[in-house]
Design a protein around this ligand. Structure first.
Ligand SMILES: [Zn+2]
Length: 61
């Protein structure tokens, strides 16, 4: 993972992840957040769908 600099204030951003689940779907988002101004930049998103027979994992970058 690379260092990301906030486009607004030029400080180094924090890399954080956030998970959210609703029903059979679980979404995990990885993003950079600026500790100074709160700007968020989405890095990648992982979606896990749990069906009856299979689990689908989708990675979006
Ligand atoms: Zn900032």
């Amino acid at each position: 993972m690379n260092d990301m600099i906030c486009p607004r204030c030029g400080v180094r951003m924090e890399f954080i992840s956030e998970a959210e689940s609703s029903g059979e779907k679980k979404t995990i988002r990885y993003f950079y957040r600026c500790p100074a101004c709160g700007t968020k930049i989405l890095d990648s998103q992982l979606t896990i769908l749990r069906g009856q027979e299979k689990i689908l994992i989708r990675i979006q970058t």
